[in-house]
Design a protein. Structure first.
Length: 240
């Protein structure tokens, strides 16, 4: 069996509303910050994850809070999970984590995951995880997020604010409080997810960019690199 090229991400991926899971070889990535909570679990040696200050965190199980800049340095086999911050699951996991931007994933979460499963099974296990009752997010933000998940990018936040009877600045402030990230970053994450699903359904990169709501393929590529630290060429084969 041929070894995966070190610059490519190679493995099994599952994208479901609110959660993405990847299991396989982690290829190249540059410093970036997600719109999601990230959980990374190593199948072999310890992970090496560098933060924005240059500090390298080492562990076999690391979380990264939403919006925290980082880069995964090693390219061993990993299970990588991204969970949208407004979900009860993300809020539950973060409630168990120390206040540190990056740290060890709580044992209670690890106990519910089998890293030898397929990506779709990891997602299913997370969705079935029994969580304690979490304080809900502002209902006006919930309404806005529902609108924004499928909204075109142009004037998206302004239009969402209108639907929930808020000023745009007030909606942005509420979102930052609850999500720990700017609302614009969450909107771009949804656009990336739409484009990725379109690629999985057979669309070209250019077509998927339009489906995602981007101005063009270059806009999609720039956004993916900024939020995920990779370009479409490093991952498109995973979605076919």
């Amino acid at each position: 069996m041929k070894k995966p090229k070190p610059n490519l991400w190679s493995g099994d991926v599952c994208i479901s509303e609110g959660i993405m899971a990847f299991i396989g070889h982690a290829g190249d990535n540059s410093p970036h910050s997600h719109a999601t909570l990230q959980i990374t679990l190593s199948h072999t040696e310890s992970l090496r994850l560098e933060d924005s200050s240059g500090r390298v965190h080492t562990s076999k199980k690391l979380y990264v809070r939403p919006g925290i800049k980082h880069a995964l340095l090693n390219s061993s086999k990993v299970t990588l999970i991204l969970i949208e911050p407004q979900s009860s699951l993300a809020r539950y996991i973060l409630s168990l984590c120390p206040a540190n931007p990056i740290g060890d994933v709580p044992a209670e979460i690890i106990a519910n995951l089998n890293i030898n499963n397929k990506a779709i099974e990891i997602v299913s296990a997370l969705k079935k995880l029994v969580v304690t009752e979490q304080a809900g997010i502002d209902p006006r933000l919930s309404q806005a997020l529902l609108f924004l998940r499928h909204a075109p990018l142009k004037n998206a936040i302004r239009n969402a604010a209108t639907t929930c009877h808020l000023s745009e600045s007030r909606l942005r402030a509420i979102a930052t409080k609850h999500l720990e990230i700017p609302l614009s970053k969450w909107v771009l994450w949804c656009a990336i997810a739409r484009a990725s699903n379109a690629i999985a359904e057979g669309e070209s990169l250019a077509e998927a960019a339009v489906t995602g709501g981007f101005a063009d393929q270059a806009h999609y590529t720039r956004t993916l690199h900024k939020l995920m630290g990779i370009t479409p060429g490093k991952t498109t084969h995973l979605l076919k």
